[in-house]
Design a binder for this molecule. Structure first.
Ligand SMILES: Cc1ncc(COP(=O)(O)O)c(C=O)c1O
Length: 374
């Protein structure tokens, strides 16, 4: 009889023992789940900040056209798309990296620049992935208190220690929807030590730019420790394809490229993104429609006595505290009416719900449903 070694579990490396404590990302509840649980056919998902206007038509055409070529590996260097993005932002092609969604690039940044014994700083209500990716890198998360649900630059600066390697900041931020102006952002960048990587997450920049939001990609020329991420998942409505990009210094980008698995971004994603980014008029229209609806909804929520946090995104964060309603109960009650929103307790926002901005008819339904439940 051959001797068998006693069974042991695969061991994590020393610096990564903490990953067992990671609470997996909780996505917006899928439409199919709600349909099954409540026996509904008409459901409106306003839980993941997806764009209800869909992608630009040329992106869908490009996606369908590529169906005949699925046997060919993607262009690992994203030659054509890289040049388009470089032209748009006025940067060199070697300052750009694509990933499977911008979250891929956030994860790469954390893994590349922070490890066991290092600290990663971000605002208290910063996008949840910052905490996940910090833990996954074996580093320690340092959460910094916000002011009025907005990142506090001086607080962030004060939290930086010799152990700090990365600082994450979403501008505007999810789930709060708030943003910093150029003066505040420059104050941060001027005072962060140059050996700390500042990852400026601009997933919602398309929505914020028409409100006078700062375009972080213009600042990469001035700050070599700045990495700006953008996504095709939100205003471009290509969330299912998983494609985003980061712009930074050639040095930082070249490190991320070394860590990214080959052929990460699929050809359907590349061609659809290329077509989408060429349809600026479509995106401007989406962003304008979103603003009209978001401002209308913010007023309507105020009239209901529900506090809507000022948002520069395609969602609003509602504070139900004054209504005395429990967000978890409202979340379930809304599902019974065919509406999926997002509780945000994992952000420490215990009296809040986040509601994406949908089509006008969907927004009317949400409003009527919330009104009926208050
Ligand atoms: C602030 C923020 N950053 C990044 C992302 C990641 O988006 P994706 O990986 O689809 O590009 C999201 C998605 O919700 C987000 O809200």
């Amino acid at each position: 009889m051959p001797q068998t070694a006693p069974q042991t579990s695969p061991r994590l490396p020393k610096g990564l023992a903490n990953v067992v404590a990671i609470k997996p990302y909780v996505p917006g509840k899928p439409i199919e789940d709600v349909a099954r649980e409540f026996g509904l056919t008409e459901i409106h998902k306003l839980a993941s900040n997806e764009s209800p206007y869909g992608p630009p038509p040329p992106a869908m055409a490009a996606y369908k056209k590529i169906a005949d070529d699925l046997w060919i590996y993607p262009d690992n260097d994203a030659f054509r798309l890289t040049r388009k993005v470089a032209d748009i932002h006025g940067v060199q092609p070697n300052q750009i990296i694509f990933g499977t969604g911008s979250s891929h690039l956030l994860e790469l940044a954390a893994r590349a620049f922070a490890g066991a014994g290092d600290e990663v700083v971000f605002p208290e209500h910063g996008f949840i992935c910052y905490a996940l990716f910090t833990q996954a890198a074996g580093a320690t998360a340092v959460r910094v208190a916000e002011k009025n649900l907005t990142a506090d630059v001086d607080g962030l600066l004060a939290a930086i220690t010799p152990k700090t390697r990365v600082l994450f900041l979403a501008n505007p931020n999810n789930p709060t929807g708030t943003m910093l102006d150029e003066e505040a952002l420059r104050h941060l960048l001027d005072n962060v030590p140059s050996n700390v990587l500042v990852v400026l997450d601009e997933a919602y920049a398309d929505y914020a730019l028409i409100e006078g939001g700062v375009d972080g990609t213009e600042l990469v020329h001035e700050y070599r420790n700045l990495l700006v991420t953008r996504t095709f998942s939100k205003a471009y409505a290509l969330a299912a394809l998983r494609i985003g990009y980061a712009i930074g210094s050639e040095e930082v980008v070249s490190i991320l490229k070394r860590l990214r698995p080959p052929f990460s971004v699929s050809t359907p994603a590349l061609v659809a993104a290329e077509a989408a980014i060429g349809d600026a008029a479509f995106i401007s229209d989406v962003v304008r429609k979103n603003k009209v609806e978001r401002d209308r909804m913010a007023k309507a929520y105020d009239a209901l006595g529900v506090l809507a946090c000022p948002s520069y995104c395609n969602f609003v964060l509602l504070d139900l505290a004054v209504t005395g309603k429990d967000p978890s109960e409202l979340f379930v009650a809304l599902q019974k009416q065919g509406i999926i929103v997002r509780p945000v307790k994992e952000y420490g926002l215990n009296t809040h719900l986040r509601v994406s901005i949908g089509l006008p008819t969907e927004n009317d339904k949400v409003l009527a449903a919330i009104r009926s439940l208050l």
